[in-house]
Design a protein around this ligand. Sequence first.
Ligand SMILES: Cc1ncc(COP(=O)(O)O)c(C=O)c1O
Length: 485
Amino acid sequence: MLSPMTRPDEPAMRVRPPDASFSPDAFRRAGHALVDRLADHLERARRRELPALPRVDTDAERARWRLSAAPRGLDALPALIDEVVLRSNHLHHPGYVGHQVSAPHPIAALGELVAGFLNNGMAVYEMGPAATAIERELVAWFARELGLPADADGVFTSGGSIGNLTALLAMRELRAGDSAWEHGTRGKPQLCVLVSEQAHYSIARATRILGWGRDGALGVAVDAQYRMRVDALEERLARAREDGFQVLGVVGSACTTATGAFDPLERVADVCAREGLWLHVDGAHGSPAALSPKYRALVAGIERADSVVADAHKMLLVPALSTAVLFRRGRDSWATFAQEATYLFSGNSWDHAQRTLECTKRMLALPLYLLLECVGRDELARHVERCFDLARTFAAQLRAADDFELAVEPQANIVCFRHTPRGAEDLDGLQARLRERVLARERFYLVQTRLDGALWLRTTLINPFTTEADLAELLDALRAAARAT
Ligand SMILES: Cc1ncc(COP(=O)(O)O)c(C=O)c1O
């Protein structure tokens, strides 16, 4: 039937195709220019010809990015890209020693571009056949590298926080008795996990999302190296049980965020085996230590975990986000979500949305896959080793200096320290001021953390272009900043 608005004598409406900006030619031109610019940027960043982090006022920055009244046309693209690049945090700059985010390998970044352009959503297999198969291959790769059994399986998520939540949801479903997914947790005892006091906040966030409130993640004391104390774990477990908690599992950190401490996973796994507890290992940052024969011992015991989270966008030179969530018994990876959605799920076991929080997701494993295929696993292992080695070298520099204090010997590639010039008072205030001053000079980006109540400067040596000499210069920059106070 004709709609009342359409008259039979009206010509058929013509749908306009997208304009010339959507053409292959326009893409080719813009793309070549873009890659040239990013390659120049890599060159300039590694030669320190840019600020590590440009210091700009938030309001001024907000004003700068106000949308134009009318589109500026494709000719504006190069200048726009230059502006974005210039005003960003430069992770390839040798002075970038900040948070745990990779300085991406260009091949992996190109993989991200391909993922963005193909945009295969991956909720179900037929939305992204290659991407889904690649994800399955890389889940198996991670599992092998970590020593999990051949039956292990899992899924990729957008980041370690979602990964931890995904694993803990499965743990709850499998260990809390009567399905919480079906019936909720009403009437159940207070559920909880035990976790190092130094664990990443995403664990406590996940247990709150699970509805367990502030007592859902009970903290276990750490030793002088910030590793979970196994005697404290046993004591906390006994106390929690006496207090009526149903303890479902233990979360081991490999490694922690603040100082890069590896919990003693082997001994934690012994406790879990004896007490019937699920062992989840948050290996978001440190699990790639398993790639290195030199540092593999740091994660000994990870292969006994029931579930593990491993991020590729931290230690493996891949752009954010790319996280593997692994389950030692492959079937457990189906326990997290058990929802019917007939418009989407066909019962195909390759439909990944049945196993993750995300419906549509990016082609999360593609950048790492390209890196492994084109550059190789051994180069990634060397990168991990180099970063961990550099942290030890930096610690040696700090120990040798009588005006710096090392918080703790680094286990991974995170080093916390502070400047202690003779006669200095208010050391906490001093560190904060020094950091601000050094950031203002734009040659370094470092961060800070509190340990046992005191403020420490914190560096993550994750950038392949940072050298020993850069770190010596950082110490001199801090000394100069202190003299200027
Ligand atoms: C130990 C640990 N777990 C989890 C996360 C969260 O990972 P993401 O930032 O990918 O969500 C981090 C982030 O720094 C981390 O250090």
